[in-house]
Design a protein around this ligand. Structure first.
Ligand SMILES: [Zn+2]
Length: 357
């Protein structure tokens, strides 16, 4: 990727929509479609991932999983409260749809941290990893309240993501932790019994479907270490975000330090928008990005044409207007440099369609 961060805002926006277009084309191609179909047939457990909006948290890449298998839920700091009306509805709907098709649901509830430098941890939690872990445990308890604590169908699993080596760690129900960064190639064969010992209450099929993610992550950690040895990997990448995304369907933007992605979940939506705008403002003032503009991108996915798509249009426009109002109120100078685009996303084809204001 050439240094897109240095180009004029209009070129950066063109680049971004071109990226979305290429992502959609790959996603709906026959090869990718067949790979997903085959994956679902071999691994029937539906896997959702609750995670931070930080662009470094790319679980499909870190686990060598094909795009479109892991269902992402993103928010600032990976902070979620299942009492939030919209979030609770989205999650419950997701679970009902999956179980209606006979599938179990595994939720990876993630926090992230850095082994090398606490300041590379989660800004949303003020770099306090213990607080981030406590929050994921609370989400786990909320999930058990809603979906049951027997874990026969829905399993909430707390996972750490160490961003220096992009290594996962799995938290067992008894408090012990399996850190994949501590395992080597020789441990591949022992991973299955380790998982069984750590998660004795997890249905056998689900454990079998979790295993490929763990194996993929072990391979990925090896690649990352090789990159680090060749000095091709920079850890202290600074904040250079110039996009605020609001809504859902931003899989194509899984690039570190490019976009701040805000899910439409929190009833206090203004809070993450303010924080994101503050980061963009600081980026401009420090000269990390050009100060000629930033992009506010609203996207809302739809499953069906007709009513569902029409409602997605209204939601997209609402989210965009709401975010723009917050930014205008709190950062009037920054608001003058805002370009905004509204879109709906055909979820099945991942086709991002621009709509008018
Ligand atoms: Zn974070």
């Amino acid at each position: 990727m050439k240094d897109i961060h240095r180009q004029a805002i209009s070129q950066r926006i063109d680049w971004l929509f071109d990226l979305a277009r290429r992502h959609g084309e790959t996603f709906r191609g026959p090869e990718a479609w067949l790979a997903r179909e085959r994956y679902h047939a071999e691994h029937p457990t539906a896997i959702g991932v609750l995670k931070c909006m930080d662009g470094r948290i790319n679980i499909p890449v870190a686990t060598n999983t094909p795009a479109g298998i892991l269902m992402p839920f993103r928010n600032l700091g990976g902070m979620f409260d299942l009492g939030w009306p919209h979030l609770g509805e989205v999650l419950a709907h997701h679970v009902q749809r999956m179980t209606g098709n006979g599938r179990r649901v595994l939720f990876l509830i993630t926090y992230h941290w850095s082994r090398g430098n606490p300041q590379r941890g989660c800004a949303g939690f003020g770099y306090d990893t213990a607080a981030a872990i406590a929050h994921t445990q609370e989400i786990r308890r909320q999930m058990e309240h809603i979906f049951g604590s027997g874990h026969g169908t829905v399993y909430p699993l707390v996972c750490g993501f160490e961003t220096d080596e992009e290594a996962l760690s799995i938290h067992g129900s008894d408090g012990s932790v399996l850190d994949l960064a501590g395992l080597g190639g020789a441990d591949l064969a022992t991973l299955e019994p380790r998982l069984a010992a750590l998660l004795p209450d997890m249905p056998v099929q689900m454990r079998a479907d979790l295993l490929p993610l763990m194996l993929g992550n072990l391979e990925h950690i090896c690649e990352i270490r090789a990159q680090t040895a060749r000095q091709q990997r920079r850890l202290d990448i600074e904040h250079r975000e110039w996009v605020i995304c609001i809504g859902r369907g931003f899989d194509f933007l899984h690039t570190p330090n490019l976009a701040l992605i805000i899910g439409p979940y929190s009833p206090d939506l203004a809070d993450p928008i303010r924080k994101a705008a503050g980061i963009i403002d600081a980026n401009m003032k420090a000269g990390r990005i050009p100060d000629d503009g930033f992009l506010l991108l609203a996207s809302v996915p739809y499953d069906e044409i007709g009513v569902d798509r029409a409602r997605a249009e209204l939601k997209s426009r609402f989210l965009s207007r709401f975010a723009a109002d917050v930014i205008r109120e709190e950062f009037p100078e920054l608001a003058g440099r805002m370009s905004s685009r509204n879109a709906v996303l055909d979820w099945r084809s991942r086709n991002l369609e621009l709509i008018g204001a």
